[in-house]
Design a protein around this ligand. Structure first.
Ligand SMILES: Nc1ncnc2c1ncn2[C@@H]1O[C@H](COP(=O)(O)OP(=O)(O)OP(=O)(O)O)[C@@H](O)[C@H]1O
Length: 523
């Protein structure tokens, strides 16, 4: 991306040379001969950095620096002066100048300084973003649940936190790695966040990365960063997430999917507290606490040679296992109450209660998608409900086709996956699963309460209960949002395209066209 650089320099030849050089290196440059002119350019040009001369006609460089800082406190300013002006340089640094160059200016050095300055600014912005996002997504109540398994987990977390607090400052202060195991949706990330935000590192970044989401080479550069020119396309030096998490926590989700070659680098990080950027020559010291999680049986992966045993043992210094929801059924109703209150608040409604029938249904369900599934089912039920009481038939609990297996079964699961249920998934972007359920007994699962749903042409085709539920959710949300597509998509957490696809599927777009806003919204 081209960087915007504002030069405030009254020496025309120097300014021209700097401008040409920077433009040649993919910068967009504006030049002002006085501080007043430069400050006036700020709003229009919105520079990424300013190069400011000390000795300017009119307002001098220090005063200009003060004004620039007032107007744009995070804007990096590089100062330029003649030789020997040490006092002024010190003053400028105190005022927040990021760098100081003396005349004659080496253009290559100026470029290096700007590169570094802009990279630091990028990292600061990333940290600000991560911190604000963490504050937004921090679970307010931590782990909800009163089952023996959750109480035990909370007690272990408490012990861990106390042990960390007692680590004396003189000792190696990076706490040991933690491995969190549990089926998908059991709350592994909640545990990781609880450890970070309740511990000594809470003021530092919590950085998460899903190791299954990227191919190995991208993952490596994402984690460890790279030097400029390390590979084709590496036009700039980039800091990795390990460095971004300095002083804080790196949460590596789906660690079981990490490539073997990268596992070696991670082991080095854990053992020696050092890392090297891709294409870099220097070992860098880092202080990052690693929390890794997976729904896969890591022990089995070790035996198969797909996960390094030494890394496994290093990660296992603290090993936390979260029981699946079906093994702590009593938590289901507590979690339901918690989510209904939270979601009702979000949708600006009064929290509904669960009817006795709905409670029984929830207690009998297998929850293969665990707490995430429970939350999604309740969100959907809440959207469909207007009576203040959620009935059994409003819970879209999908029973799994016996031929479909849940890949996430953990060792120790008390119920074979094939007897469980398929993740119902709230309102998936690709729609509710509705193939293959015809013979699965799904029709008896309580959707009858939605009433018969006609097809687009009103023909008496056999009712597909999942499609019926989906249609019901759509209609109810559309009505609440006065058939406004954007607002409905937002309410259902869908993209406009995904919603449009679904409206067409259910023949609902014709109805939209009668609404004044409909056709243009549908695009
Ligand atoms: N005990 C709990 N109390 C409150 N909320 C929970 C609890 N467990 C899970 N959740 C919520 O359930 C959802 C899924 O949890 P989370 O993302 O932590 O699961 P996960 O095990 O990391 O899943 P995955 O393996 O798919 O990454 C989140 O919305 C989370 O806030």
């Amino acid at each position: 991306m081209r960087k915007a650089i504002l030069l405030i320099e009254d020496e025309t030849i120097l300014a021209k040379n700097m401008g040409l050089y920077l433009e040649h290196h993919d910068c967009e440059v504006r030049h002002a001969e006085t501080a007043e002119e430069g400050i006036a350019l700020l709003d229009r040009f919105k520079p990424d950095a300013v190069v400011l001369d000390f000795n300017l006609p009119g307002m001098d460089g220090l005063e200009a620096l003060r004004r620039l800082q007032e107007r744009a406190p995070t804007l990096p300013v590089v100062m330029i002066t003649g030789h020997g002006n040490v006092e002024m340089a010190v003053e400028a640094m105190k005022l927040g100048a990021v760098e100081f160059l003396t005349k004659p200016v080496s253009l290559a050095k100026l470029k290096l300084v700007l590169d570094r300055t802009l990279e630091d600014a990028r990292r600061d912005r990333a940290l600000d973003y991560l911190t604000s996002r963490d504050n937004d997504t921090l679970p307010r109540q931590g782990l909800v649940g009163e089952s023996g398994a959750i109480r035990q987990l909370r007690a272990t977390l408490q012990q861990l936190l106390e042990a960390e607090n007692q680590m004396s400052q003189s000792q190696q202060s990076t706490p040991p790695a933690v491995l969190v195991l549990g089926e998908t949706g059991t709350g592994k990330e909640v545990v990781a966040r609880t450890l970070h935000f309740s511990g000594r590192r809470r003021g530092k970044p919590f950085v998460e990365l899903n190791c299954a989401a990227l191919p190995a080479d991208l993952l490596e550069s994402e984690l460890f960063g790279h030097e400029r020119g390390a590979f084709t396309g590496a036009n700039e030096r980039k800091l990795g997430l390990v460095e971004t998490a300095e002083g804080g926590t790196l949460f590596l989700d789906e660690i079981g999917d990490m490539d073997l070659s990268l596992q070696a680098k991670l082991l080095k990080l854990l053992e020696e507290r050092t890392m090297r950027r891709v294409g870099g020559l220097r070992e860098l010291n880092v202080d990052v606490r690693v929390i890794a999680a997976t729904h896969r049986p890591l022990e089995a992966l070790v035996q198969e040679g797909r996960f390094r045993a030494d890394l496994y043992f290093r990660l296992c210094v603290v090993r936390l296992v979260i029981a699946p929801l079906r093994e702590r059924e009593q938590d289901a109703l507590l979690l339901a109450e918690h989510f209904l209150a939270e979601l009702a608040g979000r949708y600006g409604r009064k929290a509904p209660v669960l009817s006795p029938g709905a409670q029984r249904r929830m207690l009998a369900h297998g929850w293969p998608g665990n707490v995430r599934e429970l939350r999604n089912v309740l969100e959907q039920a809440l959207l469909m409900n207007s009576s203040g009481q959620i009935e059994e038939h409003q819970l879209a609990l999908v029973t799994m086709n016996p031929t479909t297996s849940v890949s996430s079964a953990m060792p120790g699961s008390t119920r074979p996956a094939a007897n469980g249920n398929l993740h119902a998934g709230g309102f998936p972007q690709n729609g509710f699963p509705h193939n293959g359920y015809a013979n699965s007994g799904f029709g008896n699962s309580g959707f009858g309460g939605l009433g018969p749903t006609t097809g687009t042409a009103g023909t008496a085709t056999p009712v597909d209960p999942v499609a019926a539920a989906e249609r019901e959710v759509l209609v109810s949300a559309l009505e609440r949002c006065h058939w406004n597509v954007s607002r409905t998509a937002q309410a259902l957490n869908l993209t406009r395209d995904a919603l449009r696809y679904r409206l067409e599927k259910h023949g609902l777009q014709r109805r939209m066209s009668f609404e004044p806003r409909g056709p243009s919204e549908l695009g």
